[in-house]
Design a protein around this ligand. Structure first.
Ligand code: NAD
Ligand code: ZN
Length: 366
């Protein structure tokens, strides 16, 4: 397969990024401008993990009258959940001049969606798609506390509409954070398995992008460096030293930038199937799918399992054993629907390769 044009010409990046251990202490200064008028309030969306962590919360300079939400992470965001966050702000009639999202991909996405809806009428589900957001969002700051999804860099915020089953973000330049703070001190408390699963999201995005046929020089450059950093982190003796955590935070950001001009491949569509049908979270799902993709990505497959072994990580197994035919039908439908990534990986006739039987066989390998 030759290299094909991605069709992407004009990519938006985060406007400002602050980096380095301890950089979160600059947050109060960044919030001075949005707090200029006395009635202006900041909306904080914070991963529930930090709810009782006074030493972290004290850095955020939360003021009385600010709107603080601790975001649950048991389930991935839904459009109804976003709408309810909006209603809570509207009921209090608050003048929100900045949104701060601090946490993993879930929390970063929730904060992006809320910031968009504060300046655009209607409901979250109205904006699931491409370039549907009409007005610039409220100024927003993203602070990742776990590395890998690249949500701090991308122009989307993934949400599921539980009524229609559609899992799709608000893909828009307005969704991109105005400011991010990459403080790797914040990731020291992540559990080892979760650190690996989420960190691997950037590795998987980038090996899929680099093996695809829709390519360009800038996407390749971001992807190659993100993969290089992941190799340094996950093939080292300890993936969670402060140096490794700093590298992984950069890999995540670069991986997010890579996605702006490239496409994923086979892993993400299968992973989406697991999320939609079995409710498994995105990053652990990717790792589970890696059990079954040796034929598509032989070298990354071997490297991935070497990393798993080196870091002694648990990857769930046998998740599709004993499922009913009806569930395999749904798995097939929710995988095959991802035409662009599958075309990127396998060409326009991907359906001839990924037959119903082949897809079922692949899920059974997981
Ligand atoms: P997450 O938000 O699902 O969090 C995973 C777990 O880590 C949670 O239990 C959380 O409380 C915990 N956690 C976070 N920071 C911690 C810390 N410092 N210490 C201890 N625990 C901590 O994490 P994720 O894997 O980063 O995000 C997955 C989500 O990201 C999914 O909803 C997925 O759809 C989304 N995603 C978004 C994009 C995008 O471009 N917007 C890209 C990929 C994935
Ligand atoms: Zn991903």
């Amino acid at each position: 397969m030759g290299i094909l044009d991605t069709g992407i010409r004009n990519a938006k990046n985060v406007r400002n990024y602050m980096f380095g251990p301890g950089s979160i202490q600059s947050l109060p200064k960044l919030l001075q401008a949005p707090r200029q008028n006395r009635d202006q309030r900041v909306g904080f969306f914070i991963d529930e993990f930090f709810k009782n962590n006074a030493s972290i919360l004290n850095n955020l300079a939360i003021e009385s009258g600010d709107h603080v939400v601790f975001v649950p992470t048991e389930k991935e965001p839904t459009t109804d959940q976003i709408d309810s966050y909006l209603s809570a702000i509207r009921e209090k009639n608050l003048n929100i001049s900045a949104i701060v999202g601090m946490g993993g991909g879930i929390t970063l996405d929730v904060a992006k969606a809320v910031a968009n809806l504060l300046t655009n009428p209607g409901k979250a589900a109205d904006y699931q798609g491409w370039d549907l957001v009409k007005n610039p969002a409220v100024y927003k700051i993203g602070i990742p506390t776990i590395s890998g999804t690249g949500a701090e860099a991308t122009r989307t915020c993934v949400m599921t509409n539980t009524k229609t089953g559609v899992k799709l973000g608000m893909n828009s330049d307005f969704t991109v954070y105005d400011q991010i703070i990459l403080d790797s001190d914040l990731t020291s408390t992540v559990s080892r398995d979760q650190y690996f699963w989420t960190g691997m999201d950037t590795y998987v995005h980038c090996i899929e992008a680099l093996a695809g046929s829709y390519r360009n020089a800038i996407g390749d450059a971001f992807s190659r460096e993100a993969v290089n950093l992941c190799q340094q982190v996950f093939l080292s003796e300890d993936m969670m030293t402060s140096e490794a955590r700093e590298k992984l935070m950069v890999a995540s950001y670069l991986g997010g930038c890579a996605i702006a001009t490239s496409y994923v491949g086979v892993v993400h569509p299968f992973s989406a199937g697991l999320s939609v049908v079995l409710g498994l979270h995105h990053c652990v799902s990717n790792c589970i799918v890696m059990r079954a993709v040796e034929e598509f990505y032989p070298e990354p497959y071997a490297e991935f399992w070497k990393m798993v072994e080196k870091q002694n990580i648990h990857i769930p197994e046998g998740v599709c054993r004993g499922l009913k035919d009806e569930e395999f039908d749904r798995l097939y439908a929710s995988t095959i629907v991802h035409e662009k990534p599958l075309t990127n990986a396998l060409g326009p006739n991907f359906g001839k390769i990924l037959t119903r039987e082949k897809v079922k066989e692949t899920f059974l390998k997981m």
